[in-house]
Design a protein around this ligand. Structure first.
Ligand SMILES: [Zn+2]
Ligand SMILES: [Zn+2]
Length: 301
C-alpha cells in the first residue's frame, strides 16, 4: 500500500518535521529545506542534517521529499531572476542530497514575458545544467504537474512530456502528481472513466514509471478552473472516490503520498503538537485503504 504522510513544518529545525510526522503516524514526509517565499536561506548545520537523517530512518519514513521555494522560476527570461532561480534550485538539490531525500518537488515555471515553447526550453536547459553539475548525485528533480494558473507551465501532460524530451529522458527527472492540480487542470478524476483516461494519457505521453510521489489534496475549485485552492480530503469538488481509487491503485502502491491540506494551526512555532486537521485527513485516507470499494465503506460517504 502507498506510504501516507503530510507536508510538515520545519519550525524549530528540520529534525522536528520528522517528529511531527511521527506524531501523526506518517510513513511519508515533505518539508521545505529553504524558506518557501524568501531567497535568503541559512546554511544547514552538519548536526542538523545528521539528526534529520537518523530520525527519518528510525521512524521508517519512506523517502522524504522537499518542496522547492515558490520564488524559483526556471522559465523566466529575465536574467536576474533566472540566475537567482538557478542558484536557489541548485542549493535545493544540494540540501536534498545531504538530507538523503528522494527528490525536490519543483513547479516547472511560468513564462511571464516569453512564449510557452521558449519557457519550456529555458526550464529544460536550466535543469540540464544543474544536473550535469551534480552528476554524482542521486536526489531527483520531481516536476510537479501544476493547476495551470496564469502562465504556469506543466499543467498539460504534453508540456511535461516536452520537458522530458528536451532533457533526453534524464534518469534523475521524475514527476509529482497533485490531485488538486490534476483536477483544476482539467483531468476529471471524479468518474471511473475520467480517472482511467487520465492515467492512460499520462502513460502514453510520459510513462507511469516517471511518477515518484503524489500530493493528496481536494480542490475548492471545479474541474478545468485552472485555479489552485487546496481543500480537506472529501470536502471539495473532488470528493472522496478519486482518493479511494488512487490509494488502492496497484500501479502506485509503493509511492509516498503526502497531504498539503490546510492545517488547524497555521504556523506551528516550536512545539511539536498534534494538528487536528492532519489527524482528520489522515484518518479519512486510512479508512479508504481499509475499505477499497465504496459499498463496503463503514460510513458509506
Ligand atoms: Zn507544489
Ligand atoms: Zn502540490
Amino acid at each position: 500500500m502507498p506510504h501516507l504522510g503530510a507536508h510538515m513544518s520545519v519550525a524549530g529545525g528540520l529534525p522536528l518535521a520528522v517528529d511531527r510526522a511521527v506524531l501523526h503516524g506518517c510513513r511519508a514526509l515533505q518539508i521545505f529545506s529553504r524558506p518557501s517565499s524568501q531567497w535568503r536561506a541559512r546554511p544547514l548545520a552538519p548536526e542538523e542534517i545528521a539528526s534529520f537523517r537518523e530520525r527519518a530512518d528510525a521512524a521508517g519514513i519512506v523517502r522524504p521529499v522537499s518542496h522547492a521555494s515558490y520564488l524559483i522560476n526556471l522559465a523566466s527570461a529575465q536574467p536576474g531572476l533566472r540566475r537567482q532561480s538557478l542558484e536557489a534550485f541548485g542549493d535545493e538539490l544540494d540540501r536534498a542530497e545531504a538530507l538523503g531525500l528522494l527528490g525536490v518537488v519543483l513547479h516547472p515555471g511560468a513564462y511571464t514575458t516569453g512564449t510557452e515553447s521558449g519557457g519550456l526550453q529555458l526550464i529544460a536547459e536550466g535543469l540540464a545544467e544543474l544536473l550535469a553539475a551534480r552528476s554524482g548525485g542521486r536526489t531527483l528533480v520531481l516536476l510537479e504537474q501544476t493547476a495551470g494558473q496564469g502562465t504556469m507551465l506543466g499543467y498539460r501532460f504534453e508540456q511535461l512530456a516536452a520537458l522530458l524530451d528536451q532533457l533526453d529522458g534524464h534518469p534523475r527527472v521524475g514527476l509529482c502528481l497533485d490531485t488538486c492540480h490534476l483536477f483544476a487542470a482539467g483531468y476529471d478524476l471524479t468518474t471511473a472513466a475520467g480517472y482511467d483516461e487520465t492515467f492512460i494519457a499520462l502513460d502514453r505521453l510520459v510513462g507511469l514509471d516517471r511518477v515518484k510521489v503524489f500530493h493528496l489534496n481536494d480542490s475548492k475549485k471545479p474541474c478545468g478552473s485552472r485555479v489552485d485552492r487546496h481543500e480537506h480530503i472529501g470536502k471539495g469538488c473532488l470528493g472522496i472516490e478519486p482518493f479511494r481509487r488512487l490509494l488502492n491503485d496497484p500501479r502506485f502502491a509503493e509511492l509516498p503520498m503526502v497531504l498539503e491540506t490546510p492545517k488547524a494551526v497555521s504556523t506551528s512555532r516550536g512545539p511539536v503538537e498534534r494538528d487536528a486537521y492532519d489527524e482528520m485527513n489522515l484518518g479519512v485516507l486510512r479508512e479508504l485503504l481499509a475499505y477499497p470499494s465504496a459499498n463496503t465503506s463503514a460510513s458509506n460517504r
